[in-house]
Design a protein around this ligand. Structure first.
Ligand code: HEC
Length: 221
């Protein structure tokens, strides 16, 4: 029995002794590494230099100038402030019902807060009195016949108190939003709608179906 006691006491003594060696400072060395491949990446990390590309060459490169990533739209060549060009700027794209539905969804996300989901310029941000500038009322005579290029410029560059939405909407999405606005305007005294087509675009139809599914799933939760 005494033997066991002395083993326990010795054990405690050793543990306490080791614990007291801790000076309380942070350890600055990693000690043994269990999986070095995970600690030190074998692949070149982003923003480090890659000797295969020359002495100071970085792993992350800018795209070759003049190239466009697959699936991205061509640049639009519209310059900020060139209001004459805005008026004639247009798209060759045509928009099916699915595009318009996606345009409406995007409008309600990014524009509805100010312009109102009824497109009457009376969104919650403005009607609450928190935002001083009156957003454009797209059903008003002043905007009913506004050229689509001018709308595009407003989205890309902003207009006075309205900021740019270029970072949120790519060119194709901007046109879908504009097509939606023009469609609603055509039903409220504006010009006849000319941006439409019968053939739905496969990728847009897919996006719409996905969004609808997500909404349905949220509702059942
Ligand atoms: C933070 C509020 C706000 C948001 C969000 C907003 N707008 Fe505006 N918008 C305004 C205001 C304010 C004006 C009036 C600017 C003026 O004429 O001084 C305006 C004007 C416009 C005009 C008229 C431009 C012109 O040349 O007179 C268009 C078109 C427009 N907005 C489209 C949009 C679209 C499309 C979106 C969504 C992508 C959007 N806006 C989001 C506040 C907003």
């Amino acid at each position: 029995m005494n033997k066991i006691k002395s083993i326990v006491v010795a054990g405690l003594g050793i543990t306490l002794g080791l614990a007291s060696c801790d000076s309380g400072n942070f350890r600055r060395t990693p000690g043994h590494i269990y999986a070095p491949d995970m600690t030190y990446s074998r692949a070149y990390d982003a923003y480090t230099s890659n000797p295969n590309l020359g002495k100071d060459s970085l792993i992350s490169h800018l795209p070759v100038s003049g190239t466009i990533a697959r699936g991205h739209a061509m640049p639009d060549h519209i310059a900020e402030g060139d209001s004459n060009a805005y008026k004639t700027f247009n798209t060759t794209e045509k928009f099916a019902d699915a595009d318009m539905k996606e345009g409406k969804r995007l409008f309600n996300i990014y524009c509805g807060i100010c312009h109102g989901t009824a497109l009457d310029g009376n969104g919650p941000l403005y009607s609450s009195g928190k935002f001083a500038a009156m957003p454009a009322n797209f059903k008003d005579a002043k905007y009913l016949h506004m050229p689509v290029g001018q709308m595009y410029a407003a989205i890309k560059y902003g207009k006075n108190m309205m900021g740019s939405y270029a970072g949120q909407l790519d060119p194709h999405q901007r046109w879908m939003v504009i097509a939606y606005i023009k469609k609603v305007q055509s039903e409220n005294g504006g010009d006849a709608f000319t941006m439409g087509t019968e053939a739905p675009k496969a990728d847009t139809a897919k996006t719409v179906a996905k969004a609808d599914k997500a909404v349905a799933e949220t509702k059942t939760k």
